[in-house]
Design a protein around this ligand. Structure first.
Ligand SMILES: Nc1nc2c(c(=O)[nH]1)N[C@H]1C(S)=C(S)[C@@H](COP(=O)(O)OP(=O)(O)OC[C@H]3O[C@@H](n4cnc5c(N)ncnc54)[C@H](O)[C@@H]3O)O[C@H]1N2
Ligand code: MOO
Length: 391
């Protein structure tokens, strides 16, 4: 059995980057840049007014004659001389010669004349060419995660497409004869299948939408075939359940029959001990424990960073933060514990109901508190690490 940090090292080590794609800016949210973004134009690309007011040559003269007007988008700008002013609006090009804009609130206008009550500093309210950035400079680095601000920013540079790493195609295989579809009347001794939609939703949150969910019965031949078929098209296969040691747990055997190279099986953690990870060529495969809370914990700690790394992220793990503990914790297992918890105002409380079959606690958590395997006792007020689930 390997440690959590060894297992995390392996899922990152064997996370080969996916191919690069050329993607439309409007569809690029959550993608990671595959090349530096270089500005094709300067911003601003012309001198412009930052305010509504009057543009003039700032010689100290407060009495000026208004000789024209310039509006945002005008292609011709009037020439201005000393003692003259041009009525101007925010975003409009600065007239040739003008060096300052006085806001209209600081001006008294009488016909064609203005009197400046409060003379601004030389250059005030003028956005110089390339004030924000110069054409040819790198403005976003390879590995940058596209968000709404970067999309707006790149749109302002006139970009229509970006080069990003592809998101993986994923197949989720759910195993178990007891699993039943929602929307049907529950048969005796059956449960509603929930890991499929839970993992699918967690994937969508990462911007992964090419997801197939396949159900298999507890049968070795069906599991072997399902794994084989999934690997034909998926980049990453997530199998839920059937990875433990019971007589009807066929998943590990099915991985072996499909010649998937095993990097680890079983991690010294609770929940999620029977986690399995391997690869076949460029395909990665996770055997996630069937218990719902184990599956989701393993998703956050291993699958998510693996996917993010394959998608081009330079910081693939969920952010680890620290907070002060509000309750004692005893770790009698000599395992790393991932405890469902609530963090508020820098204080963290582990919840009751940590069993790996229970999702009610998870549904109310915003953090996974990490108790390292070598720590036996934690006291109230101790600073502890947690994974922030509000990512
Ligand atoms: N003798 C041992 N038994 C078990 C061990 C062990 O070390 N020795 N490990 C336990 C641990 S820890 C876990 S975790 C589970 C993992 O078992 P599997 O991955 O084989 O999962 P299943 O047996 O198929 O299912 C476990 C549990 O989860 C429910 N389940 C499964 N799939 C779904 C789904 N898609 N949606 C909702 N619920 C699901 C299933 O009904 C079971 O109750 O093994 C322990 N046993
Ligand atoms: O490790 Mo299992 O995931 O405790 O239930």
């Amino acid at each position: 059995m390997i440690s959590v940090s060894e297992a995390q090292t392996l899922v990152i080590k064997y996370a080969e980057k996916l191919p690069v794609c050329n993607i439309e800016l409007e569809n690029s949210l959550g993608y990671f840049l595959a090349e530096d973004c270089v500005a094709p134009i300067s911003l601003p690309s012309f001198r412009q007014s930052a305010m509504d007011g009057y543009a003039f040559i700032n010689t100290g003269d407060k009495h000026l004659k208004v000789i024209g007007q310039v509006q945002a988008g005008d292609s011709i700008t009037p020439q201005v001389k000393s003692g003259e002013a041009i009525r101007i609006f925010t975003g409009a090009p600065l007239p040739d010669g003008a060096d300052t804009v006085v806001i209209q609130e600081h001006v008294n206008r009488d016909g064609d004349s203005i009197h400046i009550e409060k003379l601004p500093a030389l250059g005030a309210n003028v956005r110089p060419i390339a004030e924000q950035l110069k054409a040819g400079t790198t403005v976003l680095k390879t590995g940058h995660k596209i968000n709404e601000a970067s999309i707006g920013f790149m749109a302002g540079l006139g970009l229509t497409h970006i080069k990003a790493y592809q998101k993986p195609k994923i197949c989720i295989l759910t195993t178990g004869n007891e699993l039943q579809k929602r929307g049907t009347v529950l048969k005796p001794n059956h449960i509603y299948e929930s890991n499929g939609i839970m993992l699918e939703t967690a994937l969508k949150r990462l911007g992964v939408f090419d997801i197939q969910i396949v159900k298999v019965e507890d049968s070795l031949s069906q599991t072997i075939d399902a794994v084989h078929n999934a690997l034909k098209s998926a980049d990453i296969l997530l199998v839920s359940g059937g990875i433990s040691v019971g007589d009807f747990d066929f998943v590990r055997e099915a991985f072996q029959q499909n010649e998937i190279e095993e990097y680890f099986y079983k991690v010294n953690q609770k929940p999620g001990k029977p986690l399995w990870f391997g690869t076949k060529g460029s395909k990665s495969v996770f055997g996630l424990p069937g218990n719902p809370a184990s599956s989701l914990s393993c998703f956050y700690a291993y699958v998510l960073p693996h996917i993010q790394k394959r998608s081009g992220s330079l910081n693939p793990f969920l952010e680890k933060r620290t907070a002060f503990l509000t309750e004692k914790i005893k770790n009698i297992h000599s395992k790393t514990l991932f405890l469902k918890a609530g963090v508020y105002n820098n204080e963290i409380t582990p919840f009751t109901g940590q069993a790996s079959s229970m999702l009610n606690t998870f549904a109310n958590s915003n953090a996974l508190l990490i108790v390292p395997e070598q720590i036996e006792d934690l006291e109230i007020g101790d600073s502890v690490s947690y994974l922030d689930l509000n990512y």
